[in-house]
Design a protein around this ligand. Structure first.
Ligand code: ADP
Length: 169
């Protein structure tokens, strides 16, 4: 049974992430989407919310599991008997950081490979950061994210708007 781990912040999951999950699910017996705690990045959604959104969006994929992890990725991969790590590459701009990360993970455990996958070309411009920015400014994000993520973004921004009103008095 070949297991791959697809780690990330997924704050929130986009159609680009989903595209990578689908590609990986066709190649491997089991794909574990591993949502990173990563509180230092000050995510818009809590870890539990991010896990729920990934879970709802991948519910129809029988060999995809969703989990969360904290600490060293390589230790998490070993704990789940993972054979490889999947990362998405959108453009040259992703390469430098991903290359560093992959080689560092190999130093920590040389038995675990990192595999890079490219999304459908129309998703190469998509990032969680850009989706959050569009949603914050009231734009339509439905072409870029699953419907449950779009709803969650609307609710979060409505809550934040109310909090801002309270602070402003
Ligand atoms: P991280 O905080 O680990 O970068 P992200 O959730 O932003 O987490 O991304 C997780 C992985 O998915 C990374 O390898 C990233 O390059 C990849 N990724 C993000 N957006 C896309 C996209 N639109 N298409 C393909 N891969 C993507």
């Amino acid at each position: 049974m070949r297991t791959v781990i697809y780690p990330g912040s997924f704050d929130p999951l986009t159609n680009g992430h989903l595209d990578i999950v689908q590609r990986a699910a066709r190649l491997f017996d089991r794909v574990i989407v591993a949502v990173a705690g990563n509180e230092a990045k000050q995510p818009l959604f809590s870890l539990a919310e991010r896990v729920d959104l990934v879970r709802s969006s991948t519910a129809g994929m029988s060999n995809v599991e969703v989990d969360s992890f904290g600490g060293l990725l390589i230790e998490y991969v070993a704990s789940r008997n993972g054979h490889a790590i999947i990362r998405g590459l959108r453009a040259v701009s992703d390469f430098e950081f991903e290359f560093q990360l992959a080689l560092m993970n190999r130093k920590l455990d040389e038995t675990v490979e990192t595999i890079f996958m490219m999304p459908k070309d129309t998703y190469t411009f998509l990032s969680s950061r850009i989706v959050k920015e569009i949603a914050r400014l009231g734009g339509d994000v439905l072409p870029f994210v699953p419907a449950c993520v779009e709803r969650a973004l609307k609710i979060r921004h409505a809550q934040m708007g109310k909090e801002a009103d309270v602070i402003a008095g």
